[in-house]
Design a protein around this ligand. Structure first.
Ligand SMILES: [Zn+2]
Length: 218
């Protein structure tokens, strides 16, 4: 799952507004940020297998640290703790909402991934909805749109301030559709690099969207 992870980022912003939207954008992909880095370092492993599932060409056969249940919980608590450190107030709320945003990544991955999420012993989980792209793709877009709607609805904006938001959401949906039907990545390293760049660019754009719609201080 790629763009669907941003639904919880928008939703979290609607719940606790003190945290910048770009931080939530990093939070929901935090497991994959570490995963991409570990893939580039050769510590976690995957193979590109065109047609592996309809929704993804990635055979994610070894990623116990970032996508194992224990690792995902630890990474959620660590990231929530780091963000809370930077806050002057509402530290506890920030810690919980950011940790939950990070962990939402694992939950959404669980729904679409093949059983590649390590839990314990020989047990790996994944409901495998990626096998049916006409289920996984609408689900992913739905998650994005619900989150964006909550953000538009509950985070105050200047008049007509949501124009850039909806353009951004439409662009993200277009990227997802291209990723679903475009060519598979050239290699595991290329995939990891593209992912890291995409997460950085999307977080930056989210920050700009958040600024563009903010009410000027009176
Ligand atoms: Zn992931």
């Amino acid at each position: 799952m790629f763009i669907g992870h941003y639904g919880p980022a928008f939703g979290a912003k609607a719940a606790v507004r003190r945290v910048p939207l770009w931080v939530y954008f990093i939070a929901v992909q935090w497991l994959d940020v570490i995963w991409s880095s570990l893939v580039l370092l050769g510590i976690e492993k995957m193979k590109i297998v065109p047609g592996y599932t309809q929704g993804s060409a990635l055979d994610l056969y070894f990623m116990p640290y970032t996508h194992g249940l224990i690792g995902a919980i630890v990474l959620s608590l660590v990231f929530g703790g780091i963000v809370a450190l930077f806050m002057r107030a509402q530290k506890r709320a920030v810690f919980f909402i950011v940790a939950a945003a990070v962990f939402s990544h694992w939950i959404l991955d669980l729904v679409v991934h093949m059983p590649d999420l390590w839990v314990w012993g020989d047990l790996k989980l994944g409901f495998g909805l990626w096998r049916w792209i006409w289920i996984s793709l609408p689900l992913e877009l739905l998650s994005l749109f619900i989150g964006a709607w909550l953000y538009a609805r509950f985070v105050p904006a200047r008049p007509r301030g949501n124009l850039w938001l909806w353009l951004f959401v439409a662009a993200m949906a277009a990227v997802e559709i291209y990723a679903a039907f475009g060519p598979p990545p050239a290699s595991a390293a290329a995939e990891a690099q593209t992912a890291l760049i995409a997460y950085g660019v999307l977080a930056l754009l989210a920050g700009l969207v958040d600024l563009s719609r903010a009410k000027p201080a009176l």
